[in-house]
Design a binder for this molecule. Structure first.
Ligand SMILES: Cc1cc2nc3c(=O)[nH]c(=O)nc-3n(C[C@H](O)[C@H](O)[C@H](O)COP(=O)(O)OP(=O)(O)OC[C@H]3O[C@@H](n4cnc5c(N)ncnc54)[C@H](O)[C@@H]3O)c2cc1C
Length: 184
């Protein structure tokens, strides 16, 4: 039997305290306890549903560190964190009744692409459509709405990038410029 969503009340106290402390420590991203956001992120590309207590949207790597450090403290030992990218996982892995850390809202910048060495340095919430858009890599990476970070090694971007060179240097350069203008 697939568990039904309980129409949520307010987050339980340990999450309320966790969020308050996170804000007090300078978390720069967004934090939502709204019923709407929690409901949206209560589903993914699986058949399952779980209502989170809250959702944090880190703005940068420091925010991710802030979340991790706080969760490591004894008093928050019961707090559950689940990172989330595109939510395309098919087995409900991104769902939790704890705190979702959604990387896709802000941490979606492509930081550097090295065409010669065929690698890209990206933030954890970059989805593969973004890499596809720059057309530097061929063949294009698959499953376009999932993010780069949770991919199993067998499907890593690095491996897919390394399967073929860019079509031409000028194609690669203009795509690269387009992309950086867009993400500036
Ligand atoms: C059409 C389709 C085809 C697919 N084909 C394949 C396939 O051929 N082979 C295959 O192996 N898989 C396949 N998948 C599954 C695919 O690998 C996953 O959907 C994808 O990698 C998950 O990425 P996501 O960003 O959507 O992660 P989510 O669904 O958001 O999360 C998936 C898991 O990764 C964790 N996670 C998310 N972001 C981070 C992060 N930044 N740091 C640490 N953990 C994180 C989550 O907590 C969760 O446990 C397919 C999925 C679809 C929809």
């Amino acid at each position: 039997m697939i568990p039904a969503l309980h129409v949520g009340g307010s987050p339980v106290s340990q999450y309320v305290e966790f969020i308050a402390e996170l804000r007090a420590r300078g978390f720069e991203g967004d934090i939502s306890t709204s019923y709407a956001d929690r409901t949206v992120l209560a589903t993914d590309n699986s058949i399952y549903q779980r209502m989170p207590q809250a959702v944090a949207f880190p703005r940068n790597a420091m925010d991710v560190i802030r979340v991790g450090k706080l969760a490591g403290e004894e008093r928050f030992a019961e707090v559950t964190l689940v990172p989330r990218g595109g939510g395309t996982g098919t087995n409900g892995q991104s769902l939790t009744d704890g705190l979702i850390v959604d990387m896709s809202r802000h941490m979606n910048r492509i930081l550097e692409i090295n065409v010669d060495e065929r690698w890209a340095w990206v933030e954890a919430g970059v989805v593969k459509d973004q890499l596809n858009e720059c057309a530097v890599f061929s063949p294009r990476v698959t499953v376009a709405r999932d993010s780069v970070s949770p991919m199993p090694p067998s499907r890593s971007v690095a491996q897919e990038i390394n399967t073929a060179p860019p079509k031409s240097a000028s194609d690669a350069r203009s795509a690269f410029d387009r992309l950086f203008k867009k993400t500036d």
